[in-house]
Ligand binder design. Structure first.
Ligand SMILES: [Zn+2]
Ligand SMILES: [Zn+2]
Length: 251
């Protein structure tokens, strides 16, 4: 028996979400797959939010992105925040399921395909060190590492630094979320040369209002980055974060 078969006999593949037996590693079982809100079809070209209509409609924007000037070029999301997407993201961020970085990163890389460009640099949204201690890892950096690996693009995990711990975004309206984040992120003085004049693909776990990504994109563009696009694991639909029925992620 090969070692690989032996490992599979002892640790048969389990569904990423519910741990039911599945055929292959890093997969979802049928019911979990059906209950995971993958983004498909027509999406907002700026934030990746799914929109009603045909995919052939050309470049479109959601109401949010029409209203708010986004300081980045294009954006995509792999999932809509809710259902199993929410469950897996909470396990990944707060429940010690760092093993999810690989499959979630693969979904992200697939979602990014339409906006990838040669010469792009991949960078994550940083965590303040206090939050890093609590969470044990910067999950966005793990996702960015996987995206860089799958796409073959360079990864600069500490391109941005977060100097101050921003209070939680929870329960804040849109303007308060943007004000809370303004100036919280800055380029790393010894890393920024790797991104100057290039297009940066910013990776984060969840996009709610877009305030965090806007602060990051502003900081990078102010430091000579040519352009910025954004890639998030899950987009919180507008109506969910304006009148949330349960606490929502920051960002
Ligand atoms: Zn399952
Ligand atoms: Zn949008």
């Amino acid at each position: 028996m090969r070692l690989q078969d032996l490992v599979r006999a002892i640790y048969p593949p389990r569904c990423l979400c519910c741990e039911a037996p599945v055929e292959q590693d890093f997969a979802l079982c049928g019911p979990c797959w059906r209950d995971t809100p993958f983004v498909a079809g027509l999406v907002c070209d700026t934030c990746g939010q799914p929109l009603p209509g045909q995919e052939e409609s050309g470049l479109v924007q959601c109401d949010d992105c029409l209203r708010i000037a986004r300081p980045w070029a294009r954006g995509r999301a792999a999932l809509v925040y809710g259902g199993n997407a929410r469950r897996m993201i909470l396990q990944f961020k707060h429940g010690d399921r760092l093993d999810l970085a690989r499959p979630l990163g693969d979904w992200l890389a697939r979602a990014a395909a339409p906006i990838l460009q040669p010469g792009m640099v991949v960078a994550p949204i940083p965590l303040h060190w206090l939050r890093l201690l609590k969470r044990r890892a910067n999950q966005s950096a793990l996702l960015a590492a996987r995206v860089a690996r799958v796409t073959g693009l360079p990864h600069v995990p500490d391109l941005l630094v977060r100097d101050r711990a921003t209070p939680s975004q929870e329960g804040r309206g849109r303007d308060a979320r943007f004000a809370n984040l303004a100036g919280a992120l800055r380029p790393h003085p010894r890393r920024i040369a790797q991104a100057r004049g290039r297009h940066v693909l910013l990776v984060d776990d969840v996009m709610t209002s877009g305030a965090t990504l806007a602060a990051a994109a502003d900081a990078l563009r102010g430091a000579g980055v040519a352009d910025v696009s954004v890639l998030v694991l899950a987009r919180v639909p507008h109506e969910r974060w304006v009148t949330p029925d349960r606490p929502l992620p920051t960002g």
